[in-house]
Design a protein. Structure first.
Length: 99
């Protein structure tokens, strides 16, 4: 049985049998808590999937602040956060979708 997210790597003359090389399941960044209220100051403005933002100006460039309405609400375009209990708000791309 071969996993759906795996790539078959053919055997080479020095390899006895084929091996399976797992492929990344997503290219989305993981959520990262950086700080709040511009502390630490050198971490702001925040990058994609970084928090805790309060307003769009807390985020770099065209990113927007996604304000979560629950402590485990998914953050569009980002991985992680399901186990978080603080309800941190994160910077995201305006066109991001739930992954």
């Amino acid at each position: 049985c071969i996993r759906a997210d795996a790539t078959i790597v053919t055997a080479s003359p020095t390899t006895a049998s084929p091996s399976i090389s797992p492929q990344p399941t997503s290219a989305y960044p993981r959520l990262k808590y950086v700080g709040d209220e511009w502390h630490p100051k050198d971490a702001f403005p925040l990058s994609e999937c970084e928090g805790d933002c309060d307003k769009d100006y807390d985020c770099k460039g065209d990113l927007i602040c996604f304000e979560r309405h629950g402590t485990t609400e998914s953050v569009p375009g980002c991985l992680g956060g399901e186990e978080e209990s603080k309800g941190t708000d994160y910077c995201i791309r305006a066109d991001a979708t739930i992954v």
